[in-house]
Design a protein around this ligand. Structure first.
Ligand SMILES: *Cc1c(COP(=O)(O)O)cnc(C)c1O
Length: 449
């Protein structure tokens, strides 16, 4: 079997996600034969360093022997059983451990099978909890500009990335959106902290004005990943937690992308010392192996639904694969690796290596900013370093970096003109250097002319 055969068969029957399929007339899809650690390998033996963790899901490398073993054992015992009326060891143990490692107060786990569905669950639960408390007027959600929470209609409605949202806007519920604390927008000389505090004024006044009709604020803690890896200071989360309490509004933390160590702590909320009312997890939850998601919430919210059946207050939401046993087992094996290998501590050195290798971008005439939060590093490619004038999107310069990366054995997948590294935690400092070198050349190529 060759790459070309598979590409041909693929293009005659598949429709790929987030893709203008016509691009594949000149930009081939890459068939992956196998993968190990940070490396993907195609059918001709060409290797690609997976610098973006296969869309931010992979944590401990592809085909990780420890997760493989746990999955094989689970498959031999129980692959799946419905979670209504039934339960199993893997989902119980996973729930116990998630309650233990997430911020205090999150005591209940509700499962779904992908990130967008977890967001839908949190939105519905928040609304429904208020309804069950006799507050039917609370029907609206507050979101940040430039936020992303998934692609299903509810999740899309609370997101704010125009490219994904605008087409479907006639179908979407209305939300209240508030300017983002995105520190790329801060004034010269202003600190992340000061800018984030300043931006909170809009949130405060919105909550003060609309609290009676608001169910919850939904937020991506510390990094707006799909929104070009824009970052802000933890102080914003601290202020938000305090304001949500004061105004009687739930706080939903969407840690689907930033959870499991990406920001340098196991969960991003830890850096602000806060506990949300709902926390959505997916992506890294299974180490990048299987689709699984979970919403953690407080017992006080769970109690709003707990009553005699005929009161009809139950949360009647389900997905067929809710709490899938294989997914839960992969998640447990992932948590074992975090515990046994002291990963969060070890990642500090990798984050420092990422910082070091990114020096070469800082003075580049076409780089407007290099920013980093833990294991996420982003490079903003611009026309002019000083004015930060962006390149017109039609020029697709990020795509040129992508192509250069592939030619040189690195999978980068820029978000527009933002090149970023979000590698699996098994990457080595040498591989980080390789990745930075290729990205640097890629920017040279993409910004020439
Ligand atoms: C990826 C993502 C989602 C959606 O998860 P899917 O599994 O792709 O549906 C939601 N929120 C954030 C912050 C994400 O990065």
């Amino acid at each position: 079997m060759s790459n070309a055969d598979l590409v041909k068969r693929d293009l005659s029957v598949l429709w790929h996600p987030c893709t203008q399929m016509k691009d594949h007339e000149w930009l081939p899809v890459i068939p992956v034969r196998r993968a190990r650690g940070v490396w993907l390998e195609d059918f001709e033996g060409k290797r690609y360093l997976d610098a973006i963790s296969s869309w931010w899901v992979n944590l401990f490398g592809h085909s990780n022997p420890r997760i493989n073993l746990a999955l094989a054992e689970q498959a031999d015992t129980l692959e799946h059983v419905l979670l209504a009326g039934f339960t199993h060891e893997a989902v119980i143990e996973l729930s116990e451990r998630l309650v233990e490692i997430t911020p205090p107060g999150l005591e209940r786990c509700f499962y779904a099978d992908n990130g967008s569905s977890a967001v839908e669950v949190a939105l519905k639960m928040s609304f429904h909890a208020w309804l069950n408390q006799g507050r039917p007027g609370k029907t609206r959600f507050v979101t940040l500009e430039n936020s992303y929470h998934g692609e299903t209609l509810g999740a899309l409605a609370v997101g704010n990335v125009e490219l994904y949202k605008q087409t479907y806007s006639p179908l979407l519920m209305e939300t209240i959106s508030v300017p983002s604390p995105d520190c790329y927008r801060r004034e010269p000389g202003e600190s992340w902290h000061d800018y984030s505090v300043r931006r909170f004024e809009d949130m405060e006044s919105t909550l003060a004005r609309h609290a009676d009709e608001i169910c919850a604020v939904i937020i991506e803690p510390l990094v707006q990943c799909a929104g070009s890896m824009r970052m802000y200071d933890p102080v914003y989360l601290k202020l938000l937690r305090e304001a949500c309490d004061r105004h009687g509004v739930h706080l939903i933390a969407d840690e689907i992308a930033v959870g499991f160590g990406r920001t340098g702590t196991l969960f991003a909320c830890e850096q602000a010392g806060i506990s949300p009312d709902f926390m959505c997890l997916s992506k890294g939850l299974t180490g990048g192996y299987l689709p699984l998601s979970v919403v953690l919430t407080r017992n006080s919210i769970y109690d709003c639904f707990y009553d005699d059946y005929r009161k009809l207050t139950a949360f009647l939401h389900s997905h067929s694969y809710t709490g899938n046993a294989l997914g839960c087992r992969a998640a447990l094996a992932t948590l074992d690796i975090f515990r046994d290998d002291n990963v969060i501590e070890a990642n500090k050195q990798l984050a420092a290596a990422m910082h070091e290798t990114s020096e070469c971008f800082r003075e580049h005439p076409h780089v407007g900013e290099v920013r980093q939060t833990g294991m996420i590093l982003a490079i903003e490619m611009v026309q002019d370093r000083r004015s930060r004038k962006p390149y017109p999107w039609e020029e697709r310069r990020g795509l040129k970096v992508y192509q250069h990366g592939l030619e040189n054995g690195v999978l980068l997948r820029p978000l527009g003109n933002v090149i970023y590294f979000m590698p699996p935690y098994v990457i080595t400092p040498d591989e980080i250097r390789l990745l930075a070198d290729v990205a640097h050349q890629g920017i040279q190529v993409a910004t020439a002319g």
